[in-house]
Design a protein around this ligand. Structure first.
Ligand SMILES: [Zn+2]
Length: 221
């Protein structure tokens, strides 16, 4: 677990930061794939974790949600549109091509079982000092989390900071294959840019201490 900012920790679950989850204050954001639970639980040992929230209910984010919530006896939170998939585990429903071999692989080997959602999150809600930002596109109910005082942004999958095929570091739009509405996702990228974040934490790729990289990327969209 890497300390990124005050009370913000990155938990890399795969080599090269290929899949991450985060502890922000006392809330676990995302939970990797179905086999990530032991690594997550080990990482957060000794920390007070009172809630688990999802950026979105895809297999590489909700995989261990059920085990984590049951083990720690904590509630699961997500947006209203994601609730159905978080609860039934049908995580590839919104993919443009759910029958693609990679979609099926994710469903069969990465996705976790569904778990009841205790609370729906919407634009402007607070998670500690973080504010919920609705960023639809990659999925219909995708959420990001922003802390204004130091510019920490939990991006989720609105962007990745790696090429998912080569693992080379750099900003990218999320792959079309897993993105329900690419055009809407671009609007969400611009929405996040308007927040002028300083530290960007991605579902995929290393944390970016922004030095103009985000603005350059945004201007090329
Ligand atoms: Zn993802």
């Amino acid at each position: 677990m890497k300390n990124i900012a005050q009370d913000v920790y990155q938990i890399p679950l795969f080599p090269r930061n290929a899949i991450n989850c985060y502890l922000i204050e006392d809330v676990l954001i995302d939970a990797g794939i179905r086999t990530s639970a032991s690594k997550i639980l080990k990482s957060i040992t000794g920390k007070s974790v009172n809630k688990h929230a999802l950026t979105h209910a895809h297999a590489d984010h909700q995989g261990s949600s059920k085990i984590i919530c049951e083990t720690l006896n904590i509630p699961l939170l997500c947006s209203e549109p994601e609730k159905e998939f978080a609860e039934n585990g049908n995580v590839i429903t919104e993919y443009p091509n759910p029958n693609h071999i990679i979609s099926k692989f994710q469903k069969n080997f990465w996705a976790g079982k569904g778990h009841p959602v205790s609370q729906s999150l919407r634009e402007g809600d607070k998670i500690g000092e973080f504010t919920v930002v609705e960023t639809p596109g990659h999925s219909r109910g995708h959420l990001s989390f922003f802390r204004e005082k130091d510019g920490v942004l939990i991006v989720g999958d609105v962007m990745t900071n790696m090429n998912l095929l080569t693992t080379k570091v750099g900003l990218h739009e999320p792959p079309h294959l897993f993105t329900s509405d690419q055009e809407m996702n671009r609007k969400s990228i611009l929405k996040l840019a308007s927040l002028q974040p300083k530290i960007l934490c991605f579902g995929h790729g290393p944390v970016l201490f922004n030095n103009g990289e985000f603005e350059r990327f945004k201007s090329l969209l």
